[in-house]
Design a protein around this ligand. Sequence first.
Ligand SMILES: C[S@@+](CC[C@H](N)C(=O)[O-])C[C@H]1O[C@@H](n2cnc3c(N)ncnc32)[C@H](O)[C@@H]1O
Length: 262
Amino acid sequence: MDLGFRGEVADFYHRFRRGYPPAVIDSLVAAFELTSDDVVVDLGCGTGQLTLPIAERVRSVVGMDPEPDMLLRGRSAANGVANVSWMIGSDADLPALGRLIGGRLGAVTVGQALHWMRHEELFHAVASLARPGGGVAVVTNGTPLWQQDTAWSRALRGYLEDWLGSKVTNTCGTDDASQRRYRDSLTAAGLEPAVVSVDYADELSVEQIVGGVYSALPVDRVPAPEQRPGFAMRLGEVLQPHGPYVEQVRVTVLTGRIRSGR
Ligand SMILES: C[S@@+](CC[C@H](N)C(=O)[O-])C[C@H]1O[C@@H](n2cnc3c(N)ncnc32)[C@H](O)[C@@H]1O
């Protein structure tokens, strides 16, 4: 399976994508009452943005992803963390992994990755595999940089659309309609839905915006190394009238919980 999260894109992802604030990890621990007895599967773990902070709070975490380059970056960032296993696999592999873990499976977390998965099947699988009180969490990490409601984001969108020669419309599952669909599917799978959001503001540099864009492009669309200075310079000029580049980040944590009394 080639999703484009490989080679340099994995490097850009690792360097430029945001992690999650501690309040997000706290809300996951609270939602599923996670303890040092629990195992968590972080599905679509990428380079470990959720995997590593969750590992500090539970017995162990399996970071699972189909892209070996993302897993390699995650493993090198883990540097000495002893309770994370990095495993190649996709949502289709969760039933087998869940059986292996057995009654200790406290939660399956999915950060910015559900739009790549068969979410209805995934939610049903979690409903039959996780312990009572456990479940699945669908986490979004802000709105894509080029989809935000600010002048600098609109300028970025225009620049990317000119450069790519096509509209950039993908919201990566962060839009209200997708979130409603996920919530309905949690209920249909017999899970109890709840949502928590964590808001904060952060100012970005042009370098961070450029890196964030490269991290989201298919690997064959990332500008060649010799084109990058020109790409960054022209984008900097387009953005310049709209600074400072403040991003209002909203992290949403949509959880589907197995009722404890089952
Ligand atoms: C946008 S990254 C998210 C990484 C990280 N979880 C985060 O929150 O930043 C999406 C990840 O999902 C992975 N992915 C794509 N399809 C998948 C699937 N069917 N099952 C599991 N992971 C998948 C990709 O390889 C990629 O690493």
